[in-house]
Write a protein that binds this ligand. Structure first.
Ligand code: HEC
Length: 157
């Protein structure tokens, strides 16, 4: 009886793992050709960011980002993608947090959001300015305030 229980738990574990694996594979399979081509292109770019000139707290958050966001795909995917606005990042970080097995809690999610928002305002400044210019005055003011909030929290600290 004891043995059977152990075997049962073991088999249950295996099934859960298999389902999780299948779920992840399916998530990638279901992408349409256009999205797949776009994502493949991101992944061919650099897989690291030079954070040596960023404030210490942002460098620490880069550690969380590079660990948590390279579990299912290459880190080069988020490094080279064309998101730059704070709202694009909060939406995407949430979307990734909710994928099965992400292991990203809300504290990690916040650090990653802050890292990506800060990084976009420096490394992707041209892209960010372009996106800001296309927003309505209200949305632009809100985005600028969110970027400033992250800088105020980390700069010169
Ligand atoms: C549990 C697995 C998993 C984790 C962890 C994960 N991702 Fe993803 N990611 C995916 C899958 C699956 C896709 C493709 C489908 C989609 O976009 O939802 C994807 C796609 C992406 C894309 C491409 C979006 C596009 O369509 O241009 C970006 C950018 C991205 N992830 C960023 C991140 C970031 C940032 C993190 C860390 C917060 C992260 N991912 C963590 C599974 C994951």
């Amino acid at each position: 009886m004891r043995m059977n229980n152990k075997l049962g738990v073991f088999l249950l574990g295996l099934t859960a793992l298999a389902l999780l694996g299948a779920g992840m594979a399916r998530a990638e399979d279901q992408l349409d050709a256009e999205t797949k081509a776009r994502i493949d292109k991101y992944e061919q770019g650099p897989a690291t960011i030079d954070v040596s000139k960023y404030p210490q707290g942002i460098q620490d958050n880069y550690g969380t980002f590079s660990q948590k966001c390279a579990q299912c795909h290459k880190l080069s995917r988020p490094v080279n993608c064309d998101y730059a606005l704070p709202d694009e990042w909060s939406r995407y970080v949430k979307r990734m947090m909710h994928k099965p097995g992400s292991g990203i809690d809300s504290a990690d999610g916040k650090k990653i959001y802050e890292f990506l928002t800060y990084d976009s305002s420096v490394r992707k400044k041209a892209m960010l300015d372009d996106k800001l210019a296309k927003l309505s005055a209200d949305d632009k003011a809100a985005a600028v305030a969110k970027i400033k909030e992250v800088h105020d929290k980390y700069d010169n600290k």
